[in-house]
Design a protein around this ligand. Structure first.
Ligand SMILES: N[C@@H](CCC(=O)N[C@@H](CS)C(=O)NCC(=O)O)C(=O)O
Length: 200
């Protein structure tokens, strides 16, 4: 059975739980004490030299870090990954978008505002990141104005990757009411079979 090393309120970890649940794959959860620095010590660091959750332990000798790599691994030959080459590449397009143009601005602002003792200390970082987060939301809103889901109008790991931090973006001060197509898509994702919330 797979083991997911994770932190409950991390969107990157939630992506993996949502995919595992929706694919009906049994797994165990192990909470990593990130605030206590467990990720920098053995044995965790032997699974991910980059010292970050999530990590999916696949066997005694195999472990996979990086949330979107985990999504890709889990979704192969499943209904969460299209079969056609171009559509598969478009899934990758949105996974890379999420990691480069979305998560660094939306997840980090949420982290500073909701999970640090003194968010004011990050005021300059927040001011630098928020316009870039708004740009990511605007891109999504424009795409979703014409598509039900991100790729081929079919729910896939591209939607899971982008749902994870978008649905909690307001915790970082983003106003999702400015992005009605994004809001409608969030509700569609929440109606897909086997959906579980981040708190589950
Ligand atoms: N690109 C990575 C990012 C993972 C990441 O940033 N994990 C955070 C929690 S959301 C973490 O483990 N932080 C601990 C640290 O950096 O010390 C992924 O998508 O899995």
């Amino acid at each position: 059975m797979y083991t997911l090393y994770e932190m409950a309120l991390s969107g990157n970890c939630y992506k993996c739980r949502l995919a595992l649940q929706q694919l009906g794959i049994p797994y165990e959860r192990v909470a990593v004490d990130v605030s206590g620095g467990e990720q920098y010590r053995a044995p965790f660091r032997q699974m991910n030299l980059n010292s970050k959750v999530p990590v999916l332990k696949i066997s005694e000798t195999e472990a996979l870090p990086e949330s979107n790599a985990i999504l890709f691994f889990l979704a192969e030959r499943s209904r969460l990954m299209p079969q056609a080459s171009l559509a598969r590449a478009q899934v990758m397009q949105w996974l890379f978008f999420e990691q480069y143009s979305h998560e660094p601005y939306i997840a980090t602002v949420r982290f500073w505002k909701k999970f640090t003792a003194n968010p004011d200390a990050y005021r300059a970082d927040i001011a630098r990141c928020m316009p870039k987060g708004e740009k990511a939301l605007a891109v999504m809103n424009e795409h979703l104005g014409q598509h039900i889901f991100f790729v081929d109008n079919q729910y896939s790991i591209a939607d899971i990757a982008l749902y994870a931090y978008t649905h909690v973006a307001e915790e970082g001060g983003y106003q999702l009411s400015r992005y009605p197509a994004v809001q409608a898509w969030l509700r569609r994702v929440e109606q897909t079979p086997g959906f579980v919330p981040i708190t589950a």
